[in-house]
Write a protein that binds this ligand. Sequence first.
Ligand SMILES: Nc1ncnc2c1ncn2[C@@H]1O[C@H](COP(=O)(O)OP(=O)(O)O)[C@@H](O)[C@H]1O
Ligand SMILES: [Mg+2]
Length: 360
Amino acid sequence: MSAIPPRLEIRNLIRRFDGQPVVNDVSLKVSPGQVTCLLGPSGCGKSTTLRMIAGVEMQDEGEIYVDGNLICDTVFRVPPERRHIGLMFQDFALFPHLTVGDNVAFGLAGSKEQKRARVEELLDKVGLTRFIDGYPYLLSGGEQQRVALVRALAPRPKIMLMDEPFSGLDNRLRDDIRDQTLEILKQEDAAVLLVTHEPEEAMRMADEIALMRDGRIVQQGAPYNIYNAPRDKQAVAFFSDINVIRGKVKGALTETPFGQFLAPGVPDGNEVEIVIRPQHLKIEFDRSGKGPLPTPQHGAAARGEVVRARFMGAESLIEIRMDYDGSILKATVPNVFLPNPGRVLWLMFRRDRCFVFPAG
Ligand SMILES: Nc1ncnc2c1ncn2[C@@H]1O[C@H](COP(=O)(O)OP(=O)(O)O)[C@@H](O)[C@H]1O
Ligand SMILES: [Mg+2]
């Protein structure tokens, strides 16, 4: 039995502008029915990567394969319209002079009846059949978005490339449309590469996240793994606020106001950064000037005073100035907890939830 090649594979793609690589040795595989999110800050090279796959931008180095067949290297190039790729961008535009039905039918081949059947099938999936003979101006932004999605999917593309497709929609609409979009993408079985700079969007949509920074993919994996086993401090910080404690290593351990932390593989004398998300700091109350006793799971407690506490809706955010060096740590707790400024609290560290990195 021979292995089935991935639907989309890019190998070692490089694109330079003015001699500077903006996409730098990017490799990726996407299978049918799988959504991979290229996630990274603005300017890191996401759109350029997508444009090379679409064939509207040429790479300087590297190859692109569809179902194991080369479609583009630096000499050979299948033109964009023959790549079986569907595209969806933020500033998608429906054709204003065509009906909704004709918009969806635009890229379709076949008889009039075949086209009509496919258009009805897709509009039904997005609940817009009643607009089939209407014009795009009749639709809300979210409805136009759904029509653009099914228009791109109508010719059954092997691959869907989506570049920040939801960023034009207002927040409350967005979650529903993301969920519905995901459902349709799965049904249509395309391999999807979705570009976004929003971690929540990637977590919500992706089977796999490829975290991009300065033109490179720095980490790749299931959302759960990227969130819970980030490879460096920036990867933690990309998904949430962080707290950082510094310490110096001695005998694979580092001593801090929160007790000892393991720092395996870091040579003596080097600094490490212990990174923890605000929801994983544990708040303890002052007991007549004493904090809680150390535990193996939480280490030692460090004392501080509340600077500010704010109610955020689902949680409260408490900022605490630490006695040991005057730095401020942020902790969140579910629901309402709004201690007054100046109140003494103790913080502890969940040992299984913090990350220890060599200081960069
Ligand atoms: N045609 C171009 N000429 C010069 N620089 C470009 C061109 N296209 C993109 N860039 C630069 O390449 C970098 C990556 O851009 P882009 O791929 O659009 O990033 P992203 O989509 O992640 O925001 C940016 O610094 C951008 O200014
Ligand atoms: Mg972009």
